[in-house]
Ligand binder design. Sequence first.
Ligand SMILES: Cc1ncc(COP(=O)(O)O)c(C=O)c1O
Length: 341
Amino acid sequence: MSKNVNIDWSNLGFNYIKTDFRYVSRWKDGKWDEGKLTEDNKLSISEASTALHYGQQCFEGLKAYRRKDGEIQLFRPDQNARRLNDSCKRILMPEIPVEKFIDACIQVVKANEAYVPPHGTGATLYLRPFVIGVGDNVGVKPAPEYIFCVFCVPVGPYFKGGMTPVNFNVSEYDRAAPYGTGAAKVGGNYAASLYPHELATKKGFADCIYLDPATHTKIEEVGAANFFGITKDNKFITPKSPSILPSITKYSLLYIAENYLKMEVEERDVLIDNLDEFKEAGACGTAAVITPIGGIEYKNKLHVFHSETEVGPVTKKLYDTLYGIQFGDVDAPEGWIVEVK
Ligand SMILES: Cc1ncc(COP(=O)(O)O)c(C=O)c1O
């Protein structure tokens, strides 16, 4: 390692820590500049930037993992690049070429190598790419200029001392509208989720579940993660809807369930009135990997799946396989891993 950063890797949470370098590229007159690493963690932008007023911004989240042999790898960064571009298209921002996105991530990881946690701690280096509309602009229209930035922070394992199930309640609020921006990773969806999240945590829940905004009968998201359930006949089920963020972890689990665990898989409606069909349930995403769902409170009744204290066996197998692939301990499907060299 290039330098000693004096971090207690086993006690890391999910908090901002200023690392040494971040990547910044600017878009002007129809093109992105080459981009460069900088030590400055402040951005100076016009007070009239669209990102500040009209929410013209989007972001991504992915991780760098240290393998047992000490090398570092990224998990499916091309998928994050593609999703970032889908978000950009939805709110009229210029796309980032996939190779530029991956190169930016690699540059940031290499420049901050000392912050990539050791293998075996469960901790990782979380990368936060984002694009914002900047420049002088008062009317509601796309910005004249854009900034693409990638910074990183070392983050701890989501589960301290094992995979402990958590409970969720069902929100009366929506995070996104039908035909709105639910499938895009834009800040507005997260601003809309802050209040329902606070209501849920004040009642002692880990977060809230969002139902489909049109009929409020189907499960969409579990806070900032996707939902999956394991049916009593062992099928992996996850909701399908145009207002869900297409989780890269979820699509990876669909593949793992089908090809590694030989399960039947299905993306389809999951009715909140039919939770009985599942013997296990979980939330999945980059930050959480998999969080087992103990129970869901709906209409003042708590529906418990496998257990409120123990992770179910299928959820555990899915977790072990995904985690193993991400940290290089289990063979990955072709194209999932990008080595940082
Ligand atoms: C709303 C929402 N749903 C789901 C996810 C999980 O997506 P991924 O697995 O790509 O991290 C995230 C996190 O990015 C999210 O913010």
